[in-house]
Design a protein around this ligand. Structure first.
Ligand SMILES: C[S@@+](CC[C@H](N)C(=O)[O-])C[C@H]1O[C@@H](n2cnc3c(N)ncnc32)[C@H](O)[C@@H]1O
Length: 197
């Protein structure tokens, strides 16, 4: 995983955060309570949006990303614990968390099915499981363009797939999807689900 990507991530994302993403993150995250799992926390962009959580446990396997997130971790309004772990192998007991959050992460995790099963295992039954994810669109032409671009894009952006059908993955792995918001011609989804175990 590249160090460069972690250094340029925040500046590249800044215009999107200002225009819309920041608002979406705030709306999804700020009211969540209890002990929250964040999967693939990256440079810590979400940390400032937690307002009502008792504690956030953020897992991130990329050391360079973790380093970039340290200052945001210290400035957060709630305690954040940063753990070196991957989504596919969560080092937590069953039924530990009151909510889970993943933003722009299921596109990059090498085995998203495994990660979703792990999220399901470590979260309490029925609790909120929340995602902001870009996905393969359901229309043939733009979908094919996403397929075509993905091999190049993956190399540029540390393994990010433009063409994952992430909503199906979430449903297939036992989460009850309760609400979906679509943005940017259906490429970006906000998904609110419940842990359906
Ligand atoms: C595009 S960044 C998103 C970061 C952050 N969640 C955000 O919303 O800005 C994708 C993140 O997924 C992390 N990642 C990659 N493989 C992972 C895995 N197996 N488990 C968990 N996170 C992973 C990357 O290191 C990176 O920090």
């Amino acid at each position: 995983m590249s160090t460069l990507f972690s250094k340029i991530y925040d500046p590249i994302m800044r215009p999107f955060e200002k225009k819309r993403l920041g608002n979406l993150r705030e709306r999804l995250i700020s009211h969540q309570e209890g002990t929250i799992l964040e999967v693939g926390s990256g440079t810590g962009t979400n940390f400032s949006y937690y307002k009502n959580a008792e504690k956030v446990v953020a897992i991130e396997p990329n050391a360079s990303m973790r380093n970039q997130s340290l200052s945001k971790m210290k400035r957060a309004d709630v305690p954040v614990e940063l753990v070196d772990a991957s989504g596919e192998h969560l080092p937590f007991d069953d039924n530990t968390f009151d909510a889970a959050i993943g933003t722009l992460v299921l596109c990059t995790i090498p085995n998203p099915n495994r990660a979703l099963q792990e999220i399901r295992r470590v979260c309490i039954p029925g609790v909120p499981i929340l995602f902001i994810e870009h996905v393969r669109v359901d229309r043939p032409f733009p979908g094919r363009i996403q397929d075509w671009l993905t091999p190049f894009w993956k190399r540029l952006s540390d393994g990010c797939h433009l063409n994952r059908n992430t909503l199906n993955l979430i449903k297939q792995n036992g989460f009850q999807v309760e609400r979906i918001e679509k943005y940017y011609k259906d490429i970006l989804l906000v998904v609110e689900a419940k842990n359906g175990k």
